[in-house]
Design a binder for this molecule. Structure first.
Ligand code: KIV
Length: 306
């Protein structure tokens, strides 16, 4: 597999907008696909400037930006608000909206209506949904309605409880076989790409020759066509436990705490603001203002007496 990008990292203004055929071409040419999550305008701008190929407004935003303790509680309105903010910060990467738990499982009609909302109201290019099984029918229905769908197999956080918690999946021949069946079914109904989450590297490697659509891995080893990481994990925007598959490329939380602490110290000691952060006024204007303040009519006047 070649590691040299065929299209070099062009500046954002010259970069062509990412398309589904181009994503498929990247797989064909062995160019690795870089995907990241984003949840707001500034994180979208960062993804844009960094030259990311696909941006996912993940339902992981439930935990990273909304403070829920799992991805389950986040709803359509919240996902649409986050997605629309990302859209405003993004020009070239493909934008995928993650369908939240409860927004697609009930019926194909429900799935199509909510997928359409991601496209019409938030400006997404595609949607993602989790699991095989009944989700395969939903994916088929959404694809038939003209909306590109990304699948997601392996560890599917919306149903983590049923999977025994947030842990690697497909570690027995039988479970790996089920994951493969889900992936093949999702590709058969027209998913343009599939996320493999938390599956042994050897399992994804064995599946790769049989998957014709791009596979984006997260904790699935190096054999997949691309990788995705959660923005807050990769930059260290939060502290605490991160899964084994996360590689940290920054300590942004520590940098932010250091910055805000320095500001607090400066405010308390009076070091901030200094002359360089304050506005001036002409001395004559200041004198005129002083005369205004000295007027007898002002002294003791009732500010509520209009
Ligand atoms: O919600 C999310 O961030 C995801 C990625 C981890 C693939 O589904």
């Amino acid at each position: 597999m070649s590691t040299e990008p065929r299209v070099p990292n062009l500046p954002p203004d010259e970069r062509p907008r990412m398309t589904l055929p181009r994503i498929a071409e990247m797989k064909r040419l062995g160019e690795r696909i870089a995907m990241v999550t984003a949840y707001d305008f500034p994180s979208a701008k960062v993804a844009e400037e960094a030259g990311v190929d696909i941006v996912l407004v993940g339902d992981s935003g439930a935990m990273t930006v909304l403070g829920y303790d799992s991805t389950v509680p986040i709803g359509m309105e919240e996902m649409l608000m986050l997605s629309a903010a990302v859209r405003r910060g993004l020009k070239t990467p493909l934008l995928v909206g993650d369908m939240p738990f409860g927004s697609y499982e009930n019926s194909n009609e429900q799935a199509i209506l909510n997928a359409q909302r991601f496209i019409k109201e938030a400006g997404c290019d595609a949607v993602k949904l989790e699991r095989g099984g009944a989700s395969v029918d939903r994916a088929r229905a959404i694809v038939r309605a003209g909306i590109p769908v990304m699948g997601h197999v392996g560890l599917t956080p919306q149903t983590a409880t049923a999977l025994g918690g947030y842990k690697a999946q497909g570690r027995t021949g039988e479970r790996a076989g089920q994951i493969a069946e889900d992936a093949f079914a999702l590709q058969a109904v027209g998913c343009f790409a599939i996320v493999f989450e938390a599956v042994p590297a050897a399992v994804s490697e064995a599946m790769m020759p049989r998957v014709e659509v791009p596979v984006i891995g997260i904790g699935a080893g190096p054999a997949t066509d691309g990788q995705v990481l959660v923005f807050h994990d990769l930059l260290g925007i939060h502290t605490g436990h991160t899964p084994r598959f996360v590689k940290r490329y920054g300590k942004v939380h520590d940098a932010m705490v250091a910055g805000v602490s320095a500001y607090v110290d400066d405010v308390r000691s009076g070091v901030f603001p200094d002359d360089s952060h304050t506005y001036s006024i002409d001395p004559e204007e200041l004198e005129a203002f002083a005369r205004f303040l000295d007027q007898d009519t002002l002294a003791g006047s009732n500010p509520w007496d209009w």
